[in-house]
Design a protein around this ligand. Structure first.
Ligand SMILES: Cc1ncc(COP(=O)(O)O)c(C=O)c1O
Length: 412
């Protein structure tokens, strides 16, 4: 490896861990796809906002003007993170589930009876239930189903589902169970060629790779910031022209984005704190907040996670009584470090509970990807065991987990 590559890829794990005060806990946090640890700088900014900017926005007195500017700066950092072009494209809200519900309530008003929406059976229920509810208004929801053999959503199956009445395609960028990265550009392209808009759940992707809504040309994209080292909030990106055209769900006299999608307004202090996440990723690359620093920061994150994940994949792939649920590949383009498996003789609940006793914070179940677990026939096994890494996990933690699992499987 050339020195320059080494410098770009090297992540100082000790510095990284020192930024997360919760990592002092004896639990080994391997449920990061459920929720990540929070940065100290995020915590600081929440306090800072409440001490220095605790006023209602939109007034003309100095403190209100300053608070508005501070919040706008924080939103501008989200723009850089998403690679969005306009402030109106970024809607901060309480959760991805809530934002998707809001989007479906708005989008639904633009549809006519018989219009079609495509969802998948791989998605978290968040990007399914709100669209399925539109059937009550006469819309038709079709499901793009996983190919059980390849454990993939196949592009040909998508093309077959799109018809003249299809208005929206919804899919997840990364499955929160399988860990597989979907070819977002290809699928957005297939939909756009046929005049269909696209809504992507990026929740399981955002902690691991850099977002780029313009490169993907996606119409709507969402992620949850409590899984990306920040507070319990979420972000909806929507193309400016599309959000402008949608009816809002706020008071009727509020007609501009993002406010028309934020009934009761945004949580100021939490939205303000999000800037610290963007600054942190840029700081990994020792750079200012810009796309180059974020790209370099996420490169380090991806490389580190892959290194820590590799022995786990190797172990699971070589355990005769274990089946990996998701791609065997450890390549950065194929998967993130969210690894699920089943054991042929021990159900998933038993494994996870034993691991919990040994201080490993892993989980079992369907992770609200209810349709996926049913499609894969894994309900009776209590779903899968999921080990989901963040970039602050260490090779030592992984060694310990593998040793534990290996001994547990042998003993059982
Ligand atoms: C892939 C995926 N999508 C959506 C959600 C829902 O996110 P939120 O809790 O912000 O509503 C989750 C939460 O686990 C998730 O993993």
């Amino acid at each position: 490896m050339k020195m320059i590559d080494f410098l770009v890829l090297f992540m100082d794990i000790n510095w990284v861990r020192s930024q997360f005060p919760g990592l002092g806990n004896p639990t080994v946090f391997l449920d990061n796809a459920g929720g990540s640890q929070t940065l100290q700088t995020v915590i600081n900014r929440i306090g800072h906002y409440l001490i220095h900017h605790d006023v209602q926005l939109g007034a003309n007195y100095a403190a209100s003007v300053q608070a508005k500017a501070a919040l706008q700066k924080a939103t501008e950092s989200l723009l850089v993170w998403l690679n969005a072009a306009h402030l109106e494209e970024v809607v901060v809200g309480p959760s991805t589930t809530a934002l998707l519900r809001i989007l479906s309530l708005s989008f639904g008003q633009t549809l006519s009876k018989g219009d079609e929406i495509i969802i998948t059976d791989v998605d978290h229920e968040s990007n399914r239930a709100c669209w399925l509810d539109l059937e009550k208004q006469g819309m038709v929801v079709k499901t793009w189903c996983i190919n059980r053999e390849s454990q993939r959503l196949e592009s040909d199956d998508l093309v077959a589902l799109i018809g003249p009445r299809t208005r929206l395609l919804c899919f997840t960028h990364v499955s929160n169970v399988l860990g597989a990265i979907h070819p977002i550009e290809e699928w957005v392209g297939l939909a756009h060629e046929r005049g269909v808009q696209v809504c992507v759940d990026g929740v399981a992707f955002a902690p691991h790779r850099l977002l780029d809504v313009q490169a993907w040309d996606v119409d709507y994209y969402l992620f949850s910031t409590y899984k990306t080292f920040g507070p319990h909030q979420a972000v909806l990106y929507g193309k400016k022209s599309l959000l402008e055209a949608l009816p809002g769900i706020n008071h009727g006299f509020i007609t501009t984005s993002p406010y028309k999608f934020q009934p009761g307004n945004v949580n100021y202090e939490l939205a303000y704190s999000l800037q610290a996440v963007v600054e942190y990723v840029a700081q990994l690359a020792s750079g200012p907040v810009n796309r180059a620093s974020l790209a370099s920061g996420f490169k380090q994150i991806a490389a580190h996670e892959r290194t820590v994940m590799q022995p786990l994949l190797h172990f699971l792939n070589n355990e005769p009584k274990v089946t990996l649920v998701g791609p065997e590949s450890d390549a950065e383009r194929d998967r993130v470090a969210t690894v699920s498996f089943i054991h042929h003789e021990i159900d998933s609940r038993t494994i996870a509970q034993a691991a919990n006793q040994a201080q490993f914070g892993i989980r079992f179940g369907d992770f609200y990807a209810v349709a996926l677990i049913d499609a894969l026939g894994l309900r009776q096994r209590h779903g899968v065991v999921r080990v989901s890494l963040a970039h602050y996990n260490t090779a030592d933690e992984m060694d310990r987990l593998i040793r534990f699992l290996s001994e547990f499987f042998d003993r059982y």
